[in-house]
Write a protein that binds this ligand. Structure first.
Ligand SMILES: [Zn+2]
Length: 467
């Protein structure tokens, strides 16, 4: 941003000052890289001007001027079905996924109003962006799945058919288009598409660290269900002899293969390790202190990839335990000579409660979290494919953590429990989402577990998605 760039003046009603400062900061400051200042004003809408220049942009003000009694209550939720604005009808051009734009908050009969030097958009862009980024609806809608997660099917985005669109990024393009029409000299921050691959390490080994019975069951499954007869020898041998390093023949020891593929594509992989146990039935059987895990951590670091935290099953509502697990990872990394100041990660099972889990990450001194995608559907839970600062909606204050939305987890797409795509369909669906992240110069955040590369087909699919 140039120090001399002109200042946007944003006149808004004085309600929800902290929420307004936050969302203006994300949309105008972080995403567009513009200078801005908010001015409280007794008006019923939002007015944007550029200091010292002619012209004004106005937008409806809906969510952030709701009465206190409606805040975080069903009465403040968007009215369904949402109105839709057909941009071409008003000869308005902006980079959007389609010409038909759902309006979360805004006018019920949307159209663009144009007068000399004055534009009025029909969308409450700041309120709608706040709704998506803060995960407002997760505080209001009580639906949860069997893992106590807010499910995709309960979300407005799913119900209104826009979970596969980065709607906040689209709104920002609409805003940008209107502002550049009024003030062609404005320059925005340039951002660049990138693929961000990450791997939750639920298990480092398929056979080595489970009990004897579980090992026998796994070998049995490999032989009977997958016709993998080599498991008959490989299983017991791995179980008996894994000491200082993981066996090359271990089906879950895919770490070098993953790093090879990342390096070929000029990417850095992030590996999130578990360091605590809160529900052994729901967790893998790795051990962060086992010599083979320590060896793995050193290898990942030596090759320049990232190590982060995968907090255990019950930590999403237990900030003290999450902090202990973060501290444990820090001490392991310190012992292994790996820098531990800037750690991120992702919750096991994507368990998350807004805003408690976010606060717990921040209190544990973590830099970013990459949990926020839905387990049951791929897409844009937060409405964006860009990283952004968190906001504690319960206390109305900024939260010292970056949210890195998770766009696709492999099992959301392929598992019969979730989207249940065939192998061919699934890759096409993921590629479509990836292209949208590219279109909006965002991050395509892909989670692929190290334990999900057991077939040749899954490896081929993964390689295709990195290109
Ligand atoms: Zn996990």
């Amino acid at each position: 941003m140039r120090a001399t760039s002109p200042m946007l003046l944003i006149e808004t009603p004085d309600t929800r000052a902290a929420e307004r400062e936050y969302v203006l900061g994300v949309v105008l400051g972080e995403f567009l890289g513009l200078r801005w200042r908010r001015i409280s004003s007794e008006r019923g809408d939002v007015r944007v001007t550029l200091d010292g220049m002619e012209g004004e942009l106005r937008l409806p003000d809906v969510l952030l001027s709701r009465p206190e009694s409606d805040w975080l209550k069903p009465a403040s939720m968007p009215r369904q079905p949402l109105a839709r604005w057909r941009l071409s009808k008003d000869q308005f051009e902006a980079k959007t996924v389609s010409d038909d734009l759902p309006i979360i908050y805004g006018d019920s009969a949307p159209s663009l109003r144009k007068e000399a030097n004055s534009l009025r958009l029909p969308i409450d862009i700041f309120g709608s962006a706040f709704f998506m980024l803060s995960r407002y609806e997760e505080m209001v809608t009580p639906d949860r799945d069997e893992q106590d997660r807010f499910p995709a099917w309960a979300s407005l985005a799913h119900k209104e058919g826009f979970l596969d669109r980065p709607i906040v990024d689209e709104y920002i393009e609409v805003l940008w288009s209107a502002m550049s029409c009024l003030w062609p000299e404005l320059a925005r921050r340039q951002r660049h598409f990138r693929v961000q691959v990450s791997h939750d390490v639920d298990h480092t080994s398929r056979y080595a660290f489970c009990g004897l019975r579980k090992m026998i069951r796994r070998v049995g499954g490999d032989v009977l269900l997958r016709q993998n007869y080599s498991a008959l020898l490989n299983g017991p041998w791995t179980w008996l002899t894994t000491r200082d390093t993981l066996k090359a023949s271990d089906p879950y020891n895919t770490f070098d293969w993953i790093m090879d593929r990342s390096e070929e594509n000029d990417l850095k992989s992030a590996f999130y390790f578990m360091t605590g146990v809160t529900n052994p039935q729901r967790e893998g059987d790795g051990d962060i202190d086992h010599p083979s895990t320590r060896d793995l951590i050193r290898r990942i670091h030596a090759r320049g990839h990232e190590i982060g935290l995968h907090p255990s099953f019950e930590t999403y509502l237990d900030p003290d335990q999450l902090r202990r697990e973060a501290d444990k990872l820090r001490s392991v990394l310190d012992e292994e000579g790996v820098p531990s100041e800037r750690l991120g990660g992702r919750m096991h099972y994507l368990r998350w409660r807004t805003p408690d889990t976010m606060r717990a990450w921040a209190q544990a001194g973590m830099v970013y979290d990459s949990t926020l995608g839905y387990a049951d559907q791929a897409g844009f839970r937060c409405g964006t494919c860009h990283e952004y600062p968190g906001f504690d909606i319960e206390n109305g204050v900024a939260c010292e953590i970056k949210i890195r939305p998770l766009i696709v987890m492999e099992c959301s797409v392929f598992s019969p429990k979730y989207m249940s795509h065939s192998e061919a369909e699934g890759v096409v669906a993921i590629e479509k989402i990836r292209r949208l992240c590219e279109k909006f110069d965002g991050q395509f955040t892909l989670l692929w577990h190290n334990s999900e590369f057991t077939s040749k087909r899954s490896r081929e699919q993964y390689v295709r998605l990195l290109k």
